[in-house]
Design a protein around this ligand. Structure first.
Ligand SMILES: [Zn+2]
Length: 505
């Protein structure tokens, strides 16, 4: 046989399109031509495949070899095609049997010794290979994440020789053990570690129950980051599909770790992060922080320190839950359904309103500081709270009887409440309250007459915007859900209005 076809996978966003590797041998002067890869990658790939074949004691044919990777318009990194190219050369020269090839898909970068090196994106590729009914052969170092795909047939291999022995039926590869199902075990730091801050913990519970965005304003060292870090742990457990989507993005970014499987992600990029780091990009587009936070929490500390142009790129994905990255003629789409949490100081020095009176910031400086946060971003915040300095006595462990600290809820308790309230939302409308459209808000978040009267009065006296109006209704709906109340009453509305204090900033 002088032609062989081997199947592999490319990556495009979170999709892994099928790539066909065709190897053709012809007479004439010995040559090794690769078609369908970017020029810069061709030489490296050729060198690796040639060395790996020779080091594995195979014969490298002294003929005219043409390798075609189709379709041609996919973005392709050469590394992962080393294994299918090498197998194609071997099959075309009759050094391995070609009969079994169509049942499998292969990916893996070859070391010069013929050993297989890990690749990124193994999980999205395994999902697609399984969907198309083929077994997936890949480097052992990347196999754990691929095996998380339920019922997928995944063969980890250490090197080229092991794959060839399998295809020849001499020594079969051991299929990867199936991945563990997502567990509902608690993870991360516990809410009970945060002393005091009962109001902030209450707001965190509401944010968890309804998926709401949250802004915390308070002086340094009052536990704003501690609170944010605890949000993923009190969110309802991930479903298997959500866990797979989250792991697939980590896999694409080359950051998958088994320890974080089925846990909600928490991303807290520094305020010097670029727009590309935040939303993703690059010549071969990679997911950014907002996609790495998919189904989890994105925490931005020191909000006024962020470059406004960087923050502006968040606005669209915050609404749509996806991010589109355009690069030359190509567009990649990554999911980015993150929960937005931000924190800031009340003034440049951080101590505005503190009893010590140590803040000397002028009203002008304070206005400029707060004005650095863009209005459109603030418009997308559901809950705003103050996180004040806590009196030393209540911070001191053992100083107060446990029941005196009204906020000392554990993460397990908070998550149970949030999970129950979230289930009410799923039953009622199929999505969390935070994601309701204006039309859906009308259908599901209408307050009772007393609640409506209170809201009308608050709108007038606090001169709130139409956006704020919708956000108050969604938050009031979540507060009612937490209290197992089918109707939204005046008390629910009043509490929700209380989380709009930042509107008057
Ligand atoms: Zn100040």
């Amino acid at each position: 046989m002088s032609v062989a076809v081997v199947l592999s996978r490319g990556l495009a966003g979170l999709d892994a399109p099928l790539v066909t590797v065709e190897v053709h041998l012809a007479g004439g002067l010995p040559a090794f031509n690769l078609v369908g890869l970017p020029d810069t990658e061709v030489k490296e790939s050729r060198d690796r495949v040639r060395a790996a074949l020779q080091n594995a004691q195979f014969e490298f044919p002294a003929r005219k070899i043409t390798v075609n990777l189709a379709p041609a318009d996919l973005p392709k990194e050469s590394g992962r095609f080393d294994l299918p190219i090498a197998l194609g050369v071997l099959a075309a020269t009759g050094q391995i049997p070609a009969a079994a090839l169509p049942q499998f898909e292969f990916v893996g970068e070859l070391a010069l010794t013929g050993a297989l090196r890990s690749i990124r994106g193994a999980l999205p590729m395994a999902l697609c290979a399984h969907r198309d009914g083929r077994a997936f052969v890949l480097p052992a170092a990347s196999a754990r994440e691929a095996a998380l795909v339920r019922d997928a047939v995944v063969y980890p291999a250490d090197g080229l020789l092991a794959v060839c022995a399998h295809l020849a039926g001499r020594v079969l590869l051991e299929p990867a053990a199936p991945g563990v199902a997502p567990s509902a075990a608690l993870h991360g730091p516990d809410l009970a570690d945060v002393r005091g801050q009962a109001e902030a913990k209450r707001a965190l519970g509401i944010a968890a129950a309804g998926g709401h965005s949250l802004l915390m304003i308070g002086p340094p060292g009052t536990g704003k980051s501690m609170l944010a870090q605890r949000l993923p742990g009190i969110l309802p457990p991930l479903t298997e599909d959500e866990a797979l989507a989250t792991a697939a993005i980590a896999s694409l970014a080359g950051r998958f770790s088994e320890a974080s499987w089925a846990t909600r992600p928490y991303r807290a990029p520094h305020h010097t992060a670029s727009a590309v780091a935040l939303v993703g990009g690059g010549s071969d587009p990679r997911p950014g922080e907002i996609s790495l936070a998919h189904h989890g929490v994105l925490f931005l500390d020191e909000l006024p320190e962020w470059d406004r142009r960087v923050l502006d790129v968040l606005r669209e994905p915050m609404e749509s839950g996806v991010v589109h990255i355009s690069r030359a003629a190509r567009q990649s789409t990554f999911p980015a359904q993150f929960q937005f949490v931000a924190a800031m100081n009340p003034c440049p020095c951080g101590w505005l309103g503190h009893a010590s009176g140590r803040c000397h910031c002028t009203p002008d400086r304070i206005a400029r500081y707060r004005g650095r946060v863009s209005g459109p971003l603030l418009d997308r915040i559901d809950l705003g709270i103050e996180v004040p300095a806590v009196a030393a006595a209540s911070l001191c462990l053992g100083a107060a009887a446990p029941d005196a600290d009204a906020g000392s809820t554990s993460s397990a308790e908070a998550r149970a409440l949030a999970t129950r309230a979230r289930a009410r939302q799923t039953d009622r409308q199929g999505k969390p309250n935070a994601r309701l459209s204006p039309r859906e808000i009308e259908a599901h978040c209408a307050p009772d007459p007393a609640g409506a009267a209170l809201l009308a009065k608050a709108m007038a006296t606090l001169s709130l915007s139409a956006r704020a109006y919708h956000r108050i209704l969604k938050v009031a709906r979540t507060i009612a859900d937490l209290g197992d109340s089918p109707t939204i009453g005046a008390a629910h509305v009043a509490e929700a209005v209380g989380y709009r204090r930042f509107d008057r900033m």
